[in-house]
Design a binder for this molecule. Structure first.
Ligand code: FAD
Length: 567
């Protein structure tokens, strides 16, 4: 970074080409890739270490739902070959070691300022630069800002009455202490039964004296069938990595498994039950890719959901508890599918109790426990696995102001609007990694992150080659894209669940289906076509004026997506 006076304020500030906010998988790769273009890059990270999600979410049982060999960077063949994964699904600890290795191997740390939160980013139209401010008082002028702030990085606790009065130990899984938490001999209350709860509950149950799980919504969970990776299997994947990665990039969800051609509604019960059993025994996310009609046809979805419910009833000995654990209010797959290890078996333990708070709601958290409408629970520890203000929450906590000083909070008052999930009209040279309107949380996110970073790096390279300094999305292109994202979302069963994909977990948050469900491969094609067509839907400019004639039909190609490709 260099020091220079800010044209607008006259104050001495630092300057660089790019400020990257966040040092998770996205921020680390953005730094590496943009630095390799010769750009001067400064990363700010709120945590005191790199790794993002895998730095913060250290709760017992934290693990990735994507297999380790696929949840990894593809940008360096050497890295791919040298890193040895130990299990089919990597633990938080293993991913964090991997990301620290990446930071060291590519000498990233020297450009990352830790324990520094970006509080504001304001576009200075005269200077054609962003002024970025941090909670440590830094002010940096940058030509580009890359928000690698994460989709699931602002954890939240519901506003239960009395929530701050609790005198025992209190934890949120998304902000877990660095030192191990000792549950031995303690009465633990656990709130939240989504992906995280399903991972943490079996682990905490092993040592707690009593574990009481307060459940509002039961969720579908597929067995992980986790196991140590056999050296031969790892070698085989490594030998074929180029081909496998290509398959992942062009797939619907960034995984190397194709969605089957077969439709459950076209098969007799004995055939589909056999197929489902086989997929259940194999475990993991491919279970939902067995049939192409599960995501779009309610009857097909009901068959698969019934199968999963039958497995829950087989596993949980107490019939009343089993019924409570059976999801009934949303289609399978319309919320993030959970991958479990001994989750349902945990309810067979004598020290675990399930409380249905839909039937008897939490009325108050007291200094010594929790009171529902039916009874009081005395607790030593309260654990919240209550999720995140997903996709927009972290961005909107930064005071981002674009042209004319317009705050992003105002632009997004009715829900997020982006062009390709990469940019917001009126916010030139500001990019979002896995922003709303891109496949993001519906995909293997490493694949989506790499695609976004590569697109941004190419975009900056092309700008510089054309002697231009600014790129911004056209409002018309943004509108066409937002309509397309909504349209495609509406073809699926996703909007049928009250999920965080829709912002339903945050009171007052606009109900918009935020991720792009069209698939990683289709989406990548759109992004590539936009670039090949000279950044269709964007306007690029220099201080002398716009270089491209903006086309109002900016994104006319958004018609290719059909119901068939939704599956
Ligand atoms: P993050 O890892 O969230 O990193 C963002 C960073 O930005 C954070 O470190 C944060 O501190 C920092 N930051 C935010 N705001 C500021 C600010 N204003 N100033 C400075 N720093 C800031 N994805 C999958 O594909 N498969 C999975 O199985 C999977 N499992 C998950 C399990 C859990 C428990 C969670 C929470 C997420 C999971 N994800 C999974 C999603 C996961 O978030 C992504 O895979 C990936 O790690 C995101 O990387 P990122 O760099 O985009 O964001």
């Amino acid at each position: 970074m260099s020091e220079q006076p800010s044209p607008s304020t006259g104050k001495v500030v630092s300057s660089c080409d790019v400020v990257v906010v966040g040092a998770g998988i996205g921020g680390l790769y953005a730094l590496h890739r943009l630095r390799s273009l010769g750009l001067d890059v400064q990363v700010f990270e709120a945590g005191d270490g790199v790794g993002g999600t895998w730095y913060w979410n250290r709760y017992p049982g934290a693990r990735c739902d994507v297999e380790s060999l696929f949840y990894s960077y593809s940008f360096s063949a050497e890295l791919e070959q040298e890193w040895e994964w130990t299990e089919r699904y990597p633990t938080q600890r293993e991913i964090l070691s991997y990301l620290n290795h990446v930071a060291d191997r590519f000498e990233l740390r020297r450009d990352i300022r830790l324990e520094t939160r970006v509080t504001a980013a304001v576009y200075d139209e005269a200077a054609r630069r962003w002024s970025v401010t941090t909670d440590r008082g830094d002010q940096v002028m940058a030509q580009f800002v890359v928000m690698a702030t994460g989709c699931l990085s602002t954890w939240q606790i519901p506003a239960f009455p009395g929530v701050d009065s609790f005198q025992g130990e209190r934890y949120h899984t998304g902000n877990w202490p660095h030192d191990p938490v000792d549950f031995a001999g303690k009465r633990v209350g656990f709130i939240g039964t989504g992906s995280t709860g399903i991972q943490a509950i079996p682990q905490i149950a092993k040592t707690a004296r009593q574990l009481t799980v307060f459940q509002r919504t039961p969720n579908y969970a597929i067995p992980a069938r986790n196991a140590p990776l056999r050296p031969g299997d790892q070698r085989e994947v490594k030998a074929r990595y180029r081909e496998i990665r290509e398959r992942m990039r062009t797939s619907p969800s960034g995984l190397p498994f194709a969605v089957a051609e077969r439709a459950v509604l076209e098969e007799p019960p004995d055939l589909y039950l056999e197929a489902l059993e086989e997929a259940w025994q194999a475990g993991g996310p491919p279970f939902l890719m067995m049939y192409r009609d599960v995501a779009v046809a309610e009857d097909a979805n009901a068959i698969v959901a019934d199968f999963v419910r039958s497995k829950i009833r087989e596993t949980v000995r107490d019939p009343a508890t089993a019924e409570l654990l059976c999801p009934i209010d949303h289609p399978i797959g319309s919320k993030r599918i959970c991958i479990e290890i001994e989750y349902f078996e945990t309810y067979n333990r004598d020290n675990v109790e399930l409380v249905d708070v839909r039937h008897s709601p939490v009325e108050e958290i007291t200094p010594t426990g929790l009171r529902t409408s039916e009874r009081t629970y005395e607790l030593d520890v309260l654990v919240f696995a209550t999720g995140f203000d997903a996709m927009t929450g972290t961005l909107l906590r930064i005071d981002i102001r674009g042209r004319g000083g317009v705050p992003l909070r105002e632009r997004w008052a009715d829900g997020p609007r982006t062009y390709l999930g990469l940019q917001v009209a009126g916010f030139p040279n500001l990019f979002t990694i896995t922003g709303p309107g891109s496949p993001s949380v519906l995909s293997n996110m490493v694949v989506s992150i790499e695609q976004h970073v590569d697109w941004i790096a190419d975009c900056i390279t092309d700008l510089r080659a054309a002697n231009l300094d600014t790129i911004e999305a056209l409002p018309e292109a943004e509108t066409i894209w937002v309509e397309h994202v909504n349209e495609v979302g509406a073809m699926t069963l996703y909007p049928k669940a009250n999920s965080w994909y829709l912002g339903a977990n945050i009171p007052g948050k606009p109900r918009i289906f935020m991720p792009y469900v069209g698939g990683v491969g289709v989406y990548r094609q759109y992004c590539d076509e936009v670039r090949e067509a000279g950044y269709q839907g964007f306007v690029r400019s220099s201080p002398a004026g716009p270089a491209d004639a903006p086309s109002p039909r900016a994104f006319a190609t958004v018609t290719r997506y059909s119901k068939a490709s939704a599956t």
